[in-house]
Design a protein. Structure first.
Length: 133
C-alpha cells in the first residue's frame, strides 16, 4: 500500500478515531481535486501547475460522486488541459496507458465510482510523473 503511505505521509488524508482510511469509500470530486492539488504542491513542488490549472478544474469543486472518467480527465489535465475535452472512454484509456489509473484492479468502466484506494494510487502516480526534478 505505497499509495496509502504516500497520501498519509503528505497529510492528504486522516484516518480519524476509528482508523478508517476510506479505501472502499467513494471519493467526492471536491476531495479528489484538493487531494491532487495539495499533493502536487507538497510532494511534487508544483504550485505553479496547480495555479495554472485551477480555473480549468473549477467544475470539480462540487459534492457528489466522482466517476472514473472525471478522475481521468482531471489527472490528464495537469499534463495537458485539452484532456478535459476527451470522451469518457478515451480519457480512461489514456489515463490507463500513462499509468495514472489502476484499471487492472479497479476496472475500466468510465462511469464507475472512484473509491479511496484508486484515488490514492492516482494521486501518487500523478506526483511521480510531474515532480520537479
Amino acid at each position: 500500500f505505497e499509495s496509502l503511505k504516500f497520501v498519509n505521509r503528505w497529510g492528504l488524508i486522516v484516518a480519524g478515531y476509528d482508523n478508517d482510511w476510506g479505501l472502499d469509500k467513494p471519493i467526492k470530486p471536491l476531495s479528489f481535486y484538493y487531494m491532487t492539488a495539495n499533493a502536487l504542491r507538497r510532494a511534487a513542488g508544483r504550485e505553479d501547475l496547480v495555479r495554472e490549472r485551477s480555473s480549468q478544474l473549477e467544475s470539480y469543486l462540487r459534492e457528489g460522486t466522482l466517476t472514473r472518467a472525471e478522475a481521468a480527465r482531471l489527472l490528464l489535465a495537469y499534463q495537458d488541459p485539452s484532456a478535459l475535452a476527451l470522451k469518457d472512454e478515451e480519457a480512461v484509456g489514456l489515463a490507463k496507458e500513462r499509468g495514472l489509473l489502476p484499471t487492472a484492479y479497479m476496472g475500466r468502466d468510465p462511469h464507475g465510482v472512484v473509491k479511496g484506494a484508486e484515488a490514492y494510487y492516482a494521486t501518487r502516480r500523478l506526483c511521480e510523473m510531474l515532480a520537479q526534478k
